[in-house]
Each structure stands twice: as C-alpha cells, then as structure tokens.
Design a protein. Structure first.
Length: 250
C-alpha cells in the first residue's frame, strides 16, 4: 500500500490557482483503516482574492479535483476561508477533523490560528452531527452489507461519544477502540479486515452489530446530556477577525 505521506504532494499545492492555507489527509488514512487500494482524500482551505467576493460573479468557494498520481487515486476538496469558517461555526465535526488532522501536507500560520480557535466552536450540538452521520452509514450498511459503512458507523458514534466526554476531536478508530470503554470488542477484527480490502461485505452477525450500534447511540445520548461543552460557539468574533485580517493582508 502506498502511504499517503510518502507521496510528494508539493506540486499539487503549487499548482492551485489561489493560495492554500492548509491541506491535510482525511478519509480512511485519518480514521485508521486504510486498505491497500484506498484513495487519498486531501482536504483544505484556499484563499480567494477580495475582488472575487465583491463582484457580480459567483465566487469559486469550493473546488474539487480527482486524479491518479503514482498509481494512487487522489481526491482534493478545498473551501475558501470564509466558507470553511462558516462550516466550523455549525455543529460540523467533519471540517474540524480535517482542520485538526495530524496528517498535514501543507500548513501556514493561518492554519495554526484556525486550529487554536477550534475549541471555541465545539458545542454539545456536535453530537447531532455524529448521530446523523451514523444513521446514514447504518442505513447504507443495512442496504449493502458492506464493511466500510459499518466501520464508518462505529467510527462516528465513538468520535461523538469521545467528543462529548472529553472536548477532543478524535477520528482515529483504533485509538477510539482503546480509549472509549463502550467500544465493541470485535472492532480490531473489523479494522484488520478493512485493511485487507477496500470494498467487500462485512462478515458479522447482523443481530450483534445492530445491538452494538443501538447501544452506542444510547451512550452518545447520555454523553451529550452530561457534556460540559457549551450550547453555542464562543469563537465567532475571533474567527471573524481572522477571516478579515487574512483577506486584507493577501
């Protein structure tokens, strides 16, 4: 398997039409269950010129590109800084996982400032994000029997539980399996199976995994009810100032 961090991605960064403020690896590599044929999900933030935001044309706030590099399928999605910050201010765990990913391809001072402000956008309502994501993936598993959506279901429920309890965004499933006491004891077997193949059916007892998922939903509900996280973001003004300052400086 080609390691995402072994690839020289500097040409990808250099060829972007507008400056990238950060780019990180997300997806299965971040979640701790990449397989030999997993693609590399790159996520980040670009910075549009101020003129693009004040004129008549619709700004290119989200850009996506897929291609193959050194035999590996690459998927790059970036948002303009303002859009990304607006997503941060919603109960959207997905963008926070991208921002805080330890698999950093490109970084800047603005990236580090955003990461430092991330605790100020965490709320107890982020449980809704993970709960909804889990239900979507569980329905996909019920329809297809696939191993990947089952692992995603467990991953997002455990991430949500951990966040509600600790105030920390932790998307890495092997770490969660060891740190969250409610984690099913058969997770390591499922992770190992996913490492062997990207696609395929989950060789599991449906009754058992359904009971595990229902139990984890209950644990997430309890963790949210007991969470010390606030009900609304506290970093709005600081993020506003960062967006304005960054835009005017470029």
């Amino acid at each position: 398997m080609t390691d995402a961090l072994d690839l020289d991605l500097s040409p990808v960064i250099a060829e972007q039409p507008d400056p990238l403020l950060f780019a990180t690896v997300s997806g299965a590599h971040l979640y701790g269950f990449p397989s030999r044929d997993s693609d590399v999900d790159l996520r980040g933030v670009h910075l549009l010129p101020a003129a693009d935001l004040v004129g008549l044309r619709e700004p290119d706030e989200t850009r996506s590109r897929m291609w193959v590099r050194d035999g590996v399928e690459m998927d790059l999605v970036t948002h303009d800084l303002r859009k990304f910050v607006r997503l941060m201010l919603r109960p959207n765990g997905y963008v926070l996982e991208q921002l805080l990913s330890p698999l950093v391809v490109h970084t800047t001072d603005v990236h580090r400032e955003l990461a430092a402000l991330a605790p100020g956008v965490l709320t107890s309502h982020h449980a809704h994000h993970y709960r909804g994501f889990a239900r979507t993936q569980w329905r996909l598993f019920e329809r297809t029997g696939g191993l990947k959506p089952l692992l995603y279901t467990f991953r997002v429920l455990l991430t949500g539980i951990h966040l509600m309890r600790s105030g920390e965004v932790q998307p890495h499933l092997p770490t969660l399996a060891g740190e969250v006491g409610a984690a099913p004891d058969h997770l390591p077997e499922l992770i190992a199976a996913k490492a062997a193949r990207e696609h395929g059916d989950a060789d599991v007892n449906p009754t058992r995994v359904r009971a595990d998922v229902e139990r984890l939903h209950g644990v997430l509900d309890e963790a949210q009810a007991a969470s010390a996280l606030p009900g609304a973001p506290t970093a709005y003004e600081a993020l506003h100032d960062l967006v304005v300052r960054t835009r005017l400086e470029r």
